[in-house]
Design a protein around this ligand. Structure first.
Ligand SMILES: Nc1nc2c(ncn2[C@@H]2O[C@H](COP(=O)(O)OP(=O)(O)O[C@H]3O[C@H](CO)[C@@H](O)[C@H](O)[C@@H]3O)[C@@H](O)[C@H]2O)c(=O)[nH]1
Length: 438
C-alpha cells in the first residue's frame, strides 16, 4: 500500500500569484479546467497501490473542505481516501509531515510520495516508485529531477548524483553559485524510515530551544516554532553522500506555478496532456464541446477546454490553449487564445482576449481588446524553465507579462487593456497599458 502527501503551504504563500490568489487559494486555481492540486491527485490515483492522499497546509479548513469533498466523491469508487490536514502554524516543508506522522504511517504503507503543491508536471509516479524500490535498502528518499540552464538552476535545489546508481553525493538548496544543472522537482518517494530522521531533527531542536529559552529567560528562543523543519536544508542536504538519498532524472514536462504568468504555460501543457490521458475533456474534435455532451459550440483551434455549463456563441473562435470555466458566457465574434477565463465571466461581442486571465465574474464589454505578453521559457535555450520575474524591473516599471483581471472587474466596451494587472472589483473607465490598477 502507498500513500501521498501534497504540501500546499498557506495564505501567506503565493504572494507572487496575486491578484488571483486573493480570490482562490493558489492550490485550487484551475488549470485546464481543474484545480491545480486535482492534477496531483489524478496522477496519484493512477497508481493501483495508492490508498490515501493527505493534503497538508495551513489554509483554514473552510477554504479546503469543498474541494476535498469533491475529490472524495470523485475517487470514492477507487477506494482512495483524501483528507486535508491543517497545520496550526506554518511548519515548513517537513514539519507538517512530522507533525502528522501517525496519520501518514497509519495502515503501514510501504512508502509514500511527497509532492509540492505548486509544481505542475506529467508526473511519472509509478516509474519513480519502481526506481526507489530498486535502490539499496538504505534508500530513504528518491528525488524526481529535471535539468535547467546553469543560470536558472540557482533558483532550485541542485543535486550532484551518480548517473548509474542515482546516489546523490551533494545537495544544495538554491546555491549562490553553480553546482549542477540537475534540479529538484519537489516530487519525492520516501521510505517509512524517514520518520526516524525527522524525529532526530525535532528532538535536537527541542534541546536547542530549551537551552535558548533557559539562557534568554523567554519562550522558545528565536521565536520559531519547534516543529518547523525545512525538508531541503535539514533533511536532504545532510542525507546527500550517505547512500540514503537518490535522484531519478526525468525528461517529462515539469514547471513551477509561482507567478500568474506561469499559469498560462501550465494550462497549455495540461491541455496537451489531456490528448494522451483524457481526450474526451477537450473540445478539440471539430466544433464539439468537451466532457462528452456533444453539443455544438464554435470554431476551436486545439487545445481547448470548455466547461459544460459555459455558453459559447457559435461564431466565437477559441484556441489554441484556452480554458473556459463554469457558467462563462462568450458572445458572438469573440476571439480568445492562450488564455484562461474563470467562472461566471462574460465576454461580450467581438472582443479579443490574448495571453490573459479573466477573473471570476468579470465582464469585458463589446469590441474590447485584452492582451498580455507571453512569458514562456526561452525556446532557444535547452532545458530552459519559466522565469519568474518580479512584478517591477529596476526602473520601477511593470515587467511585461500576461494581463490579469481580478474577480468581478468590469472593462467597458471598445477599451484596450495591455500588459496590465487589475485588482478585484474595479470598474475601468478607460484604456490602460503596462499598469497595475489598484
Ligand atoms: N504544509 C506546508 N507546506 C509548505 C510550507 N512551506 C512551504 N510549503 C509548500 O511546499 C512547497 C515548496 O515550498 P517553497 O517554500 O515554495 O519552496 P520552493 O521555492 O518552491 O522550492 C522548493 O521546490 C522547488 C521545486 O519547485 C525545488 O527545486 C526546491 O529545492 C524546493 O524543494 C510549496 O508547494 C509550498 O506551498 C509549510 O510551512 N507548510
Amino acid at each position: 500500500m502507498l500513500k501521498a502527501v501534497i504540501l500546499i503551504g498557506g495564505p501567506q504563500k503565493g504572494t507572487r500569484f496575486r491578484p488571483l490568489s486573493l480570490d482562490t487559494p493558489k492550490p485550487l486555481f484551475p488549470l485546464a479546467g481543474r484545480p491545480l492540486i486535482a492534477h496531483h491527485i489524478e496522477a496519484c490515483a493512477q497508481l493501483p497501490d495508492i490508498r490515501e492522499i493527505l493534503i497538508i497546509g495551513y489554509y483554514p479548513q473552510t477554504q479546503m473542505e469543498g474541494f476535498v469533498g469533491d475529490m472524495q466523491a470523485l475517487y470514492s469508487s477507487s477506494n482512495i481516501n483524501i483528507r486535508y490536514l491543517q497545520e496550526f502554524t506554518a511548519l515548513g516543508t517537513a514539519g507538517g509531515m512530522y507533525h502528522f506522522r501517525d496519520q501518514i504511517r497509519a495502515g503501514n504503507p510501504r512508502a509514500f510520495f511527497v509532492l509540492n503543491g505548486d509544481v505542475c508536471a506529467d508526473f511519472p509516479l509509478q516509474e519513480l516508485c519502481d526506481f526507489h524500490e530498486k535502490r539499496p535498502a538504505s534508500a530513504l528518499v528518491t528525488i524526481m529531477s529535471t535539468e535547467a540552464t546553469r543560470q536558472q538552476s540557482l533558483h532550485y535545489g541542485c543535486l550532484v548524483f551518480n548517473r548509474s546508481s542515482g546516489a546523490v553525493s551533494h545537495y544544495v538548496e538554491k546555491p549562490s553559485s553553480y553546482v549542477s544543472t540537475f534540479i529538484n522537482c519537489g516530487v519525492y518517494v520516501c521510505s517509512m524510515d524517514i520518520f526516524a530522521v525527522l524525529a532526530q531533527i525535532f528532538h535536537s531542536r527541542g534541546q536547542e530551544y530549551s537551552c535558548q529559552a533557559f539562557c534568554n529567560g523567554n519562550g522558545n528562543g528565536n521565536g520559531r516554532e519547534q516543529g518547523h523543519i525545512k525538508w531541503e536544508q535539514e533533511v536532504l542536504t545532510p542525507l546527500a553522500g550517505t547512500d540514503k538519498l537518490f535522484a531519478m532524472p526525468v525528461p517529462n514536462w515539469w514547471s513551477q506555478l509561482k507567478t500568474a504568468g506561469s499559469a498560462i504555460y501550465a494550462n497549455r501543457h495540461y491541455l496537451g496532456l489531456y490528448k494522451k490521458t483524457h481526450p474526451e475533456r477537450l473540445a478539440n474534435v471539430g466544433t464539439k464541446r468537451g466532457e462528452g455532451d456533444g453539443s455544438l459550440i464554435c470554431t476551436v483551434h486545439p487545445d481547448v477546454y470548455v466547461h459544460p455549463s459555459a455558453t459559447v456563441h457559435h461564431s466565437a473562435v477559441l484556441g489554441p490553449n484556452v480554458a473556459i470555466g463554469p457558467g462563462v458566457t462568450i458572445g458572438p465574434g469573440v476571439r480568445i487564445r492562450e488564455s484562461i477565463v474563470l467562472e461566471q465571466a462574460q465576454i461580450l461581442d467581438h472582443t479579443l482576449v490574448l495571453h490573459s486571465i479573466v477573473g471570476r465574474g468579470s465582464t469585458i464589454g463589446a469590441w474590447a481588446r485584452v492582451e498580455g505578453t507571453p512569458s514562456d521559457p526561452d525556446p532557444n535555450k535547452p532545458f530552459a524553465k519559466m522565469e519568474n520575474p518580479p512584478l517591477f524591473n529596476n526602473e520601477g516599471k511593470l515587467n511585461p507579462s500576461i494581463t490579469i483581471l481580478g474577480c468581478f472587474v468590469q472593462v467597458p466596451a471598445e477599451k484596450i487593456l495591455l500588459n496590465s494587472i487589475v485588482l478585484p472589483h474595479k470598474e475601468l473607465s478607460r484604456s490602460f497599458k503596462n499598469e497595475i490598477i489598484l
